[in-house]
Design a protein around this ligand. Structure first.
Ligand SMILES: [Mg+2]
Length: 166
């Protein structure tokens, strides 16, 4: 089986508006403009889409795994309706205030697991994030990164990536 290219995306500040604090539940989850257009372009170019997100608010007790599941079920529904289903979502529930974790970004374990589970090709894949740690979680695996400002248009980043690939 041939390996597939993937667009890895951070969640908060890339997919949904990040107010600078945690997105604790579905009522606080607002998908940013251009995201669906960007996913359509990326999928059309042959990229799978996988979310890689730190959810340290779980370790802090700010919200529950059910809150995260509700958000991700909603996001999956919206993406399905858009014709651009997300392949998988990986989240790390840990935070340094309560313990060390290998999965939490900038650790690369979530990206490594995604590549192994879904036969993804790191050399043809990209990470888009709004923090340097998003990119640092991908580069050891051989995945290139695009750093954007929080809540900036994902479409601009995807257009940049498609230009680089052409
Ligand atoms: Mg972020």
């Amino acid at each position: 089986m041939s390996l597939r290219p993937c667009l890895f995306l951070d969640r908060d500040g890339v997919i949904n508006h990040d107010p600078g604090d945690y997105t604790k539940n579905l009522s606080e989850f607002t998908i940013l403009p251009t995201v669906m257009e960007a996913l359509t372009l990326a999928k059309g170019a042959g990229f799978e889409v996988v979310l890689i997100t730190n959810q340290g608010g779980l370790a802090k007790g700010l919200y529950t795994h059910q809150d995260v599941a509700d958000i991700h079920a909603h996001l999956n529904d919206v993406c399905e309706e858009n014709g651009t289903p997300i392949l998988d979502i990986f989240y790390s529930p840990h935070h340094p205030s309560t313990g060390k974790s290998l999965s939490r970004k900038p650790g690369s374990l979530m990206v490594e697991r995604a590549c192994a589970k879904h036969q993804l090709d790191p050399a043809r894949s990209w990470m888009v994030g709004d923090k340097q740690r998003d990119l640092d979680a991908a580069s050891p695996v051989g995945v290139r990164g695009v750093l954007i400002e929080p809540n900036a248009p994902l479409l601009d980043a995807v257009n940049f990536i498609l230009d680089e690939c052409s």
